[in-house]
Design a protein around this ligand. Structure first.
Ligand code: AMP
Length: 171
């Protein structure tokens, strides 16, 4: 994953001063590297019996949809409030830079379904923890979480005790 790590660009002071934004667009722009990420995610799901991929807005859609397509299973978008048209469930959470909430369609995950959560990056862990709660709220089972990047100094893992969490690159 060293080549993947090299394709993640640091953008200082984005979206606000003091934040070093990890820009994954150079990685997306490199076909073989992008494929390597999706293959690595698929390998983590082998034998897990996952029924759905839940991707978190917005970069989680890119990796999550590619993974769902590779595995031939459904994709579920978790979005910022007000974007999803049908009945939703909602969770609020704290972000590295502010607070926010996420929503998922009530019927997107069926009771008993095993779900893999996918996002580009784990920072404080608030987003992923909220996403896992949404899945549980509708009766699903968030069995595994897949991230491209983990910012380990923000200790997001501590918020996700008991989660089967995998990050391909750790900074
Ligand atoms: P958190 O809830 O703190 O774990 O934040 C994770 C979410 O915020 C993910 O959807 C990331 O895409 C985004 N995010 C947080 N911090 C950064 C960062 N330093 N660089 C890029 N994305 C970030």
């Amino acid at each position: 994953m060293e080549e993947v790590a090299k394709l993640i660009r640091d953008v200082p002071d984005f979206p606000k001063k003091g934040i070093v934004f990890k820009d994954i667009t150079p990685l997306l722009g490199d076909g073989p590297a992008f494929a390597r990420v999706i293959d690595a995610f698929a390998a983590k799901l082998e034998g897990k019996g996952v029924n759905k991929i839940v991707g978190i807005e917005s970069r989680g859609f890119i990796f999550g949809a590619a993974l769902a397509l590779k595995l031939g299973i459904g994709f579920v978008p978790v979005r910022k409030p007000g974007k999803l048209p049908y009945q939703t469930v909602r969770e609020s959470y704290a972000l590295e830079y502010g607070t926010d909430a996420i929503e998922m369609h009530r019927d997107a995950v069926k009771p008993g379904e095993k779900v893999a959560l996918v996002d580009d990056l784990l920072a404080t862990g608030g987003t992923l923890a909220a996403c896992a709660k949404l899945v549980r709220t509708v009766g699903g089972d968030p069995v595994i979480s897949l991230l491209v990047v983990e910012l380990s100094f923000l200790k997001g893992r501590e918020k996700l005790k008991g989660h089967d969490l995998h990050a391909l690159v750790t900074f």
